[in-house]
Design a protein around this ligand. Sequence first.
Ligand code: HEC
Ligand code: HEC
Ligand code: HEC
Ligand code: HEC
Ligand code: HEC
Ligand code: HEC
Ligand code: HEC
Ligand code: HEC
Ligand code: HEC
Length: 262
Amino acid sequence: MYAIFRTPHGRPGQNTGPFGQGQLQCEACHGPGDDHAGRVRRGQERPPVPHFASSGTGSAEAGNAQCLACHGSDVGFGWHDAAHNFEDLACVDCHRLHDPFDPVRQADSQADVCYECHQPTRTEMHKAFAHPVVEDKMACTSCHSPHGDVVGSELVRATVNETCDQCHAEKRGPYLWEHAPVAEDCTTCHSPHGSNQPAMLTQRAPVLCQSCHSQTGHPSVAMDTGGLASGTPSRFLLGESCLNCHSQVHGSNHPSGSKLMR
Ligand code: HEC
Ligand code: HEC
Ligand code: HEC
Ligand code: HEC
Ligand code: HEC
Ligand code: HEC
Ligand code: HEC
Ligand code: HEC
Ligand code: HEC
């Protein structure tokens, strides 16, 4: 219980913290503890510490209000619109306040806290090609903002592409010849967490490409009896498939790169 004094909340010198001068100490978080600390008759159960949905008596909202009284400006601003708020999550569903190493704020233990509720994401992160969260080289918060800091998004940037661009700036362009779906949303072709296709693709080429492009009239069709989508694959579709020729799938800066071939 007193491990709280080894956390940022326990600093007596910090006037804005629970143990600062004029603050309510334990009660800054737990709320009035008179009933809990008061006399209890034999056989009667001691009233629990108020608030905190996960360990106490109150609703998530009431518990959160205790925290937001101090964290209204740093967290509360996004929290108002956060998916986690709409789902009635409590701050303490994620945070362990008496633990000097709050697991959700450590890169190597954060994901496990999230997986308690997001099992499908766990499965994706363990697929053959995935962002290195399992290896602790990244955390969920490399991309996500659990408090919904950016209005209208649970991501650390306003859009998916801006989020990816933080680390994959070379895919951002601007390109002389853009590929429309790339400029629009990286996740039309990539699973953001992980997939069983190389490069975390949602599907392999040619299926991926042909989900949008028809084979009709394609110049390589005439060179092959079967055509692009036939049962006997064209020699042009072996290996890297469409990418054999259209290698610049994210966009091209070559003057004659309009077909994304160079
Ligand atoms: C910054 C907010 C905060 C402060 C300050 C705080 N607590 Fe807590 N306390 C919590 C939360 C949240 C929980 C729920 C469990 C958790 O998060 O670890 C909790 C849980 C507890 C529990 C339940 C048992 C346990 O350890 O999980 C006891 C008892 C307790 N606190 C006593 C105290 C006492 C005594 C003080 C003052 C010395 C204090 N708390 C100060 C937030 C706080
Ligand atoms: C009395 C005001 C007060 C209350 C109540 C309070 N906090 Fe804090 N909290 C602080 C201060 C001050 C810090 C230290 C900030 C710093 O060092 O930059 C802090 C730090 C934190 C941190 C760690 C931030 C860091 O930079 O290390 C977390 C997480 C946090 N609070 C969550 C909570 C939660 C969840 C609750 C409700 C259970 C809560 N706080 C209640 C004032 C408060
Ligand atoms: C879904 C899990 C989750 C919930 C719910 C949650 N937090 Fe957090 N919180 C985190 C994570 C993860 C971090 C670490 C962020 C990082 O490393 O960038 C964090 C960081 C913080 C910090 C440190 C400063 C900052 O913004 O990075 C404070 C303070 C904080 N949370 C307070 C709260 C309060 C108050 C609530 C409830 C209103 C809350 N949190 C609800 C997961 C959560
Ligand atoms: C106590 C359960 C719980 C925990 C812990 C939790 N979440 Fe959530 N989260 C939810 C619920 C419920 C929703 C809304 C329903 C849904 O989309 O699954 C949600 C929604 C989300 C969304 C938005 C999904 C969408 O549809 O837009 C993201 C992103 C997310 N959580 C990430 C995280 C991350 C990252 C963590 C860990 C830091 C975390 N969650 C921890 C319960 C939780
Ligand atoms: C490389 C960036 C990245 C990382 C790392 C990441 N996510 Fe996501 N996540 C995304 C994107 C992008 C989306 C789709 C958001 C959209 O379309 O608005 C998403 C969607 C989600 C959703 C909504 C449901 C779904 O699967 O579409 C949840 C829940 C979620 N992420 C949880 C997590 C958790 C938990 C972790 C850590 C284990 C994590 N994410 C790590 C980028 C990431
Ligand atoms: C915080 C940095 C970061 C962010 C943000 C990020 N990534 Fe990554 N990405 C990485 C790292 C690190 C790797 C692994 C690189 C390696 O293993 O060589 C990776 C790998 C990949 C790969 C596989 C590369 C390969 O060679 O197989 C793809 C595809 C990818 N990311 C797409 C995305 C998309 C789409 C987004 C946005 C939803 C995104 N990334 C956001 C850091 C990031
Ligand atoms: C039209 C589908 C499509 C879209 C949309 C797309 N990619 Fe890709 N991406 C691919 C394909 C196909 C590969 C495999 C390329 C290869 O094997 O040469 C790939 C490979 C990658 C790689 C790993 C190999 C490399 O070239 O570094 C990264 C990283 C990557 N994409 C990031 C992104 C980002 C970031 C976005 C959004 C800005 C994005 N992709 C949008 C199809 C797409
Ligand atoms: C989500 C749909 C979508 C997917 C998936 C997709 N594309 Fe595209 N692609 C488009 C759109 C839209 C355009 C722009 C068409 C236009 O301007 O007429 C385009 C343009 C192109 C062009 C230039 C066409 C021209 O007329 O100049 C080539 C080449 C191309 N895509 C190849 C590919 C390849 C190869 C893949 C698979 C790795 C792929 N595309 C996946 C939607 C997609
Ligand atoms: C053998 C090389 C080759 C392969 C393999 C190939 N293409 Fe092409 N593609 C071309 C050439 C050449 C053009 C026409 C370029 C021009 O007119 O300047 C073209 C043009 C296109 C265009 C622009 C529209 C059009 O018909 O002119 C699209 C879209 C396209 N290819 C998609 C694909 C897709 C999807 C695949 C895989 C299913 C694929 N290509 C495989 C060589 C190839």
